[in-house]
Write a protein that binds this ligand. Structure first.
Ligand SMILES: Nc1ncnc2c1ncn2[C@@H]1O[C@H](COP(=O)(O)OP(=O)(O)OP(=O)(O)O)[C@@H](O)[C@H]1O
Length: 213
Protein backbone atom coordinates (compact mmCIF):
# COMPACT_ATOMS: atom_id res chain seq x y z
CA UNK A 1 0.00 0.00 0.00
CA UNK A 2 1.47 3.33 -1.10
CA UNK A 3 0.96 6.31 1.17
CA UNK A 4 1.25 9.76 -0.33
CA UNK A 5 1.52 13.05 1.57
CA UNK A 6 0.38 16.05 -0.49
CA UNK A 7 1.19 19.46 1.02
CA UNK A 8 0.13 18.23 4.46
CA UNK A 9 0.42 20.89 7.16
CA UNK A 10 -0.93 20.15 10.65
CA UNK A 11 -2.57 23.30 12.05
CA UNK A 12 -0.38 23.43 15.22
CA UNK A 13 2.78 23.30 13.06
CA UNK A 14 1.76 25.90 10.49
CA UNK A 15 3.33 28.79 12.37
CA UNK A 16 6.85 27.31 12.67
CA UNK A 17 9.38 27.11 9.84
CA UNK A 18 10.08 23.81 8.12
CA UNK A 19 13.05 23.02 5.91
CA UNK A 20 12.74 22.29 2.21
CA UNK A 21 13.28 18.58 2.98
CA UNK A 22 10.41 18.45 5.48
CA UNK A 23 7.35 16.34 4.78
CA UNK A 24 5.23 19.16 6.16
CA UNK A 25 4.02 21.39 3.33
CA UNK A 26 5.69 19.27 0.64
CA UNK A 27 5.06 16.02 -1.21
CA UNK A 28 6.36 12.76 0.18
CA UNK A 29 5.81 9.15 -0.68
CA UNK A 30 5.92 6.12 1.62
CA UNK A 31 6.68 3.43 -0.92
CA UNK A 32 5.27 -0.05 -0.38
CA UNK A 33 7.58 -2.29 1.63
CA UNK A 34 10.24 0.34 2.37
CA UNK A 35 11.95 0.66 5.74
CA UNK A 36 12.04 4.34 6.57
CA UNK A 37 13.61 6.45 9.30
CA UNK A 38 11.73 9.64 10.14
CA UNK A 39 14.26 11.79 11.88
CA UNK A 40 13.30 15.08 13.54
CA UNK A 41 14.06 17.08 16.64
CA UNK A 42 11.64 17.48 19.54
CA UNK A 43 8.44 19.35 18.73
CA UNK A 44 8.71 19.02 14.94
CA UNK A 45 5.70 16.71 14.81
CA UNK A 46 6.75 13.05 15.00
CA UNK A 47 3.77 12.10 17.17
CA UNK A 48 1.53 14.31 15.06
CA UNK A 49 2.75 12.40 11.99
CA UNK A 50 1.96 9.02 13.61
CA UNK A 51 -1.52 10.04 14.76
CA UNK A 52 -2.33 11.77 11.47
CA UNK A 53 -1.31 8.90 9.22
CA UNK A 54 -3.46 6.57 11.37
CA UNK A 55 -6.53 8.81 10.94
CA UNK A 56 -6.75 9.82 14.60
CA UNK A 57 -5.76 13.47 14.01
CA UNK A 58 -7.60 15.30 11.25
CA UNK A 59 -6.49 18.84 12.00
CA UNK A 60 -4.40 19.49 8.89
CA UNK A 61 -4.48 21.07 5.45
CA UNK A 62 -3.48 19.08 2.37
CA UNK A 63 -4.22 15.41 1.97
CA UNK A 64 -2.94 11.94 2.71
CA UNK A 65 -3.70 9.23 0.17
CA UNK A 66 -3.65 5.44 0.62
CA UNK A 67 -3.29 3.94 -2.86
CA UNK A 68 -4.63 7.17 -4.30
CA UNK A 69 -7.60 7.58 -1.94
CA UNK A 70 -7.92 10.48 0.50
CA UNK A 71 -8.00 9.03 4.01
CA UNK A 72 -10.50 11.69 5.13
CA UNK A 73 -13.09 9.89 2.96
CA UNK A 74 -12.82 6.51 4.76
CA UNK A 75 -15.86 5.24 6.66
CA UNK A 76 -15.65 3.90 10.23
CA UNK A 77 -15.84 0.33 8.88
CA UNK A 78 -12.96 1.01 6.50
CA UNK A 79 -10.85 2.37 9.37
CA UNK A 80 -11.60 -0.76 11.42
CA UNK A 81 -10.36 -2.92 8.54
CA UNK A 82 -7.28 -0.72 7.99
CA UNK A 83 -6.34 -0.77 11.69
CA UNK A 84 -6.82 -4.52 12.00
CA UNK A 85 -5.08 -5.56 8.78
CA UNK A 86 -3.20 -2.74 7.03
CA UNK A 87 -1.47 -0.48 9.52
CA UNK A 88 -0.12 -1.32 12.94
CA UNK A 89 1.30 1.19 15.40
CA UNK A 90 3.36 1.75 18.49
CA UNK A 91 2.47 5.20 19.79
CA UNK A 92 4.65 7.05 22.27
CA UNK A 93 2.13 6.54 25.08
CA UNK A 94 2.00 2.80 24.13
CA UNK A 95 -1.76 2.53 24.81
CA UNK A 96 -1.52 -0.64 26.88
CA UNK A 97 -4.32 -1.57 29.28
CA UNK A 98 -2.50 -1.13 32.58
CA UNK A 99 -4.81 -3.26 34.71
CA UNK A 100 -4.71 -6.17 32.26
CA UNK A 101 -1.82 -8.61 32.26
CA UNK A 102 0.76 -8.85 29.51
CA UNK A 103 -1.00 -12.01 28.33
CA UNK A 104 -4.39 -10.31 28.23
CA UNK A 105 -3.05 -7.26 26.37
CA UNK A 106 -1.43 -9.43 23.72
CA UNK A 107 -4.14 -12.06 23.34
CA UNK A 108 -6.88 -9.40 23.17
CA UNK A 109 -5.11 -7.83 20.22
CA UNK A 110 -4.23 -11.12 18.59
CA UNK A 111 -7.76 -12.52 18.78
CA UNK A 112 -9.02 -9.79 16.42
CA UNK A 113 -7.30 -11.56 13.53
CA UNK A 114 -5.86 -14.77 15.05
CA UNK A 115 -2.61 -13.87 13.34
CA UNK A 116 -0.18 -15.52 15.79
CA UNK A 117 -0.39 -18.59 17.98
CA UNK A 118 -0.03 -18.20 21.74
CA UNK A 119 3.22 -20.11 21.53
CA UNK A 120 4.59 -17.70 18.89
CA UNK A 121 3.68 -14.75 21.11
CA UNK A 122 5.46 -16.33 24.07
CA UNK A 123 8.52 -16.97 21.91
CA UNK A 124 8.64 -13.29 20.93
CA UNK A 125 8.42 -12.28 24.60
CA UNK A 126 11.21 -14.71 25.44
CA UNK A 127 13.42 -13.25 22.69
CA UNK A 128 12.95 -9.85 24.34
CA UNK A 129 13.46 -11.35 27.84
CA UNK A 130 10.04 -10.44 29.23
CA UNK A 131 8.31 -13.83 29.07
CA UNK A 132 8.43 -14.06 32.88
CA UNK A 133 5.99 -11.09 32.97
CA UNK A 134 3.22 -13.04 31.16
CA UNK A 135 0.81 -12.90 34.13
CA UNK A 136 1.78 -9.48 35.47
CA UNK A 137 -0.41 -6.40 34.97
CA UNK A 138 1.20 -4.12 32.35
CA UNK A 139 0.99 -1.16 34.73
CA UNK A 140 3.53 -2.84 37.03
CA UNK A 141 6.17 -3.24 34.30
CA UNK A 142 9.03 -0.81 33.80
CA UNK A 143 8.69 1.59 30.89
CA UNK A 144 11.26 -0.34 28.86
CA UNK A 145 9.38 -3.58 29.51
CA UNK A 146 6.11 -1.90 28.51
CA UNK A 147 7.73 -0.69 25.28
CA UNK A 148 8.76 -4.26 24.48
CA UNK A 149 5.19 -5.52 25.14
CA UNK A 150 3.77 -2.78 22.89
CA UNK A 151 6.24 -3.73 20.13
CA UNK A 152 5.27 -7.41 20.38
CA UNK A 153 1.59 -6.43 20.36
CA UNK A 154 2.10 -4.38 17.17
CA UNK A 155 3.42 -7.52 15.47
CA UNK A 156 0.35 -9.60 16.44
CA UNK A 157 -1.64 -8.61 13.36
CA UNK A 158 -1.28 -8.55 9.60
CA UNK A 159 -0.17 -5.18 8.21
CA UNK A 160 1.26 -3.38 5.18
CA UNK A 161 2.76 -0.63 7.32
CA UNK A 162 4.09 -0.45 10.85
CA UNK A 163 4.34 3.04 12.36
CA UNK A 164 6.61 3.27 15.39
CA UNK A 165 6.88 6.54 17.31
CA UNK A 166 10.20 6.60 19.20
CA UNK A 167 9.71 2.96 20.20
CA UNK A 168 13.12 2.52 21.86
CA UNK A 169 13.19 5.66 24.02
CA UNK A 170 13.41 3.61 27.26
CA UNK A 171 15.51 0.74 25.93
CA UNK A 172 19.21 0.04 26.20
CA UNK A 173 21.26 -0.64 23.08
CA UNK A 174 21.03 -4.45 23.32
CA UNK A 175 17.25 -4.47 23.67
CA UNK A 176 16.81 -1.83 20.97
CA UNK A 177 18.78 -3.99 18.55
CA UNK A 178 16.76 -7.09 19.45
CA UNK A 179 13.50 -5.21 18.89
CA UNK A 180 14.75 -3.74 15.61
CA UNK A 181 15.72 -7.18 14.40
CA UNK A 182 12.30 -8.62 15.35
CA UNK A 183 10.49 -5.73 13.64
CA UNK A 184 12.63 -6.10 10.52
CA UNK A 185 12.04 -9.87 10.35
CA UNK A 186 8.25 -9.54 10.73
CA UNK A 187 8.07 -6.74 8.15
CA UNK A 188 10.12 -8.80 5.70
CA UNK A 189 7.86 -11.82 6.34
CA UNK A 190 4.77 -9.70 5.67
CA UNK A 191 6.40 -7.77 2.77
CA UNK A 192 5.47 -4.69 4.80
CA UNK A 193 7.21 -1.38 5.31
CA UNK A 194 7.83 0.52 8.50
CA UNK A 195 8.36 4.11 9.55
CA UNK A 196 10.38 4.53 12.71
CA UNK A 197 10.50 8.03 14.17
CA UNK A 198 13.60 9.09 16.02
CA UNK A 199 15.15 12.18 17.57
CA UNK A 200 18.53 11.23 16.11
CA UNK A 201 20.13 9.64 13.12
CA UNK A 202 20.21 5.86 13.52
CA UNK A 203 23.18 4.02 12.08
CA UNK A 204 22.21 0.65 13.58
CA UNK A 205 20.05 -0.33 10.63
CA UNK A 206 20.24 0.14 6.90
CA UNK A 207 17.02 2.01 6.23
CA UNK A 208 15.85 2.26 2.62
CA UNK A 209 15.55 6.00 3.03
CA UNK A 210 15.14 8.80 5.51
CA UNK A 211 12.38 11.38 5.77
CA UNK A 212 12.54 14.64 7.70
CA UNK A 213 10.09 16.95 9.44
N1 LIG B 1 -3.57 17.92 19.70
C1 LIG B 1 -2.79 19.00 19.59
N2 LIG B 1 -3.32 20.24 19.55
C2 LIG B 1 -2.54 21.33 19.43
N3 LIG B 1 -1.20 21.29 19.34
C3 LIG B 1 -0.62 20.10 19.37
C4 LIG B 1 -1.37 18.89 19.49
N4 LIG B 1 -0.51 17.86 19.50
C5 LIG B 1 0.73 18.37 19.37
N5 LIG B 1 0.66 19.72 19.30
C6 LIG B 1 1.80 20.64 19.13
O1 LIG B 1 2.44 20.27 17.90
C7 LIG B 1 3.86 20.33 18.05
C8 LIG B 1 4.47 18.97 17.70
O2 LIG B 1 4.12 18.02 18.71
P1 LIG B 1 4.51 16.48 18.57
O3 LIG B 1 4.13 15.81 19.84
O4 LIG B 1 3.94 15.95 17.32
O5 LIG B 1 6.10 16.60 18.42
P2 LIG B 1 7.25 15.48 18.49
O6 LIG B 1 8.17 15.73 17.34
O7 LIG B 1 6.63 14.13 18.56
O8 LIG B 1 7.95 15.86 19.85
P3 LIG B 1 8.82 14.96 20.88
O9 LIG B 1 10.05 14.49 20.12
O10 LIG B 1 9.17 15.96 21.95
O11 LIG B 1 7.96 13.83 21.36
C9 LIG B 1 4.15 20.76 19.48
O12 LIG B 1 4.41 22.16 19.48
C10 LIG B 1 2.85 20.45 20.22
O13 LIG B 1 2.61 21.36 21.27
Amino acid sequence: MNIQFNQVMPFPLASISHGTESIWGNSAQLETGKKILLNASSGKGKSTFSLTIFGIRKDYDGNILYNGRDIKTFSVDEWVEIRQRKISTVFQDLQLFHKLTVAENLLLKNQLTGYKTESEIKTMLAELEIDHKWNDPCGLLSMGQQQRVAIVRSLCQPFNWLILDEPFSHLDERNSLRCLSMIDAECTRQKAGFVLTSLDDDNRFSYDYELKL
